[in-house]
Design a protein around this ligand. Sequence first.
Ligand SMILES: Cc1cc2nc3c(=O)[nH]c(=O)nc-3n(C[C@H](O)[C@H](O)[C@H](O)COP(=O)(O)OP(=O)(O)OC[C@H]3O[C@@H](n4cnc5c(N)ncnc54)[C@H](O)[C@@H]3O)c2cc1C
Length: 465
Amino acid sequence: MPGSIKDLDASVINDFKSKIRGQIILQNDVGYTDESKVYNAMIHKHPGMIVKCADVADVMNSVNFGRENNFLIAVRGGGHNGGGLGICDDGLVIDLSGIKYVRVDTETKTVRVGGGNIWGEVDHATHPFGLAVPAGIISTTGVGGLTLGGGVGYLSRKYGLSIDSLLEADMVLADGSFVTVSDNKNSDLFWAIRGGGGNFGIVTSFKFQAHPVKNVYGGPTLWPLEQTMEIMEWYDGFLKNAPDDLNGFFAELIIPGPPFPETLHNKKFCGVVWCYVGDMDNAQEIFKPVLAMNPVFQHLGEMPYPVIQKLFDGLLPPGLQWYWRADFFKEANADARQRHLEFGEKIPTPLSQMHLYPISGAAGRVANDETAWAYRDAKYAGVIVGVDPDPANAEKITKWCKDYWEALHPFSSGGAYINFIMNEGQDRIKASYKGNYNRLAKIKKKYDPHNLFRVNQNILPEGNN
Ligand SMILES: Cc1cc2nc3c(=O)[nH]c(=O)nc-3n(C[C@H](O)[C@H](O)[C@H](O)COP(=O)(O)OP(=O)(O)OC[C@H]3O[C@@H](n4cnc5c(N)ncnc54)[C@H](O)[C@@H]3O)c2cc1C
């Protein structure tokens, strides 16, 4: 049984406070309610203590304090996780949001990022140098959780997943020690954290290779939902032959409101959000076949990379209800496309959507066992999200997601991208790491034999599976 922070002697808490430069927040403290809110408002957790770490020493002291007192430990980076895995009931939350910095080395084109940064901060710092690091599609997401889970986004086809640009990380391990991991240092850990999530320790600093990206050409193109089968088939074939410079994720959605024009509001569509990172002079040519498909709405154009990264931030503030389901897919055959159409017609609320993210181009040219991320051979990472501001609709959005997922799952490759799932149990985690799971369990046993870091998509130490 984990220890209880409530039962701690005041002297123990005071002693711990003397070791922390950041802020310690207990249940009766001012600010506790706000600090324990989860981005996904469907989840409510009440930690015993939140430590807002100011530096690596705070993280080391917090890990030691949590381990010595047998507390459940959660680690919070950007706090975006769908399953609320940045927080826990009763235990200790090690919050990294105070460990933020972005330093661009213009000579090596590498970027040092703190364990608690969000992607918008990285984009802002790299953009003036004409550089970017592959991230996701929403700029408020944490670098920590997104990267450790893999990192799928607009630049995946050109420059790979976020983990493919990770060169080095500083980590605090379960025994409180500090290590640097890379291809040359603690390479087993470096392999494991590239997809294995927060299972192996707390990353206090990331070093990424950045890539030449200044402006991109992209934006959404929409078609009536009834055309889903035709557009999905065309999209699949078109992307197969497109250069890596072009990426686009497929979506089924209801247009919820601005920034889209009013004539589209509350109508159902299928569509693609594009991002082209090649020579801007060729962009018109690249998009000719897209426009030849006669979208009913298109908002394509050249924009700075940070703009496309923020395009949909405003639609997804903290505090919405979210329910997530996901799977990897090798294809979208006619039967699968039929199911997509069927469930697209039943989208329950304006923010609920289905997305298919391409795992191709550079992201697909890495072997399944080169990093812990085991589905390089999948063609798409699919995700179904039920989203709504009203808690009264929680059941409705959950049911739609579950039904949609069950109808599609027979067409899947078996596992899911772990950053797109909530709490689905050990079999799903194993399926999501498939051939890499046993190697991950071995590394987990070596670095975290007592499973101190278990508030995550948990890889059990070898011998416990
Ligand atoms: C609106 C939205 C859009 C998204 N879009 C994308 C997308 O385009 N592409 C994509 O790949 N994913 C996307 N995601 C999923 C996202 O990758 C996950 O939700 C991820 O877990 C978020 O990371 P975080 O640091 O914000 O979350 P947190 O809730 O803080 O953490 C998530 C997990 O990571 C661990 N963790 C976080 N930071 C660290 C660290 N520094 N060291 C050790 N462990 C750490 C936590 O312990 C926890 O287990 C999106 C999520 C949302 C809500």
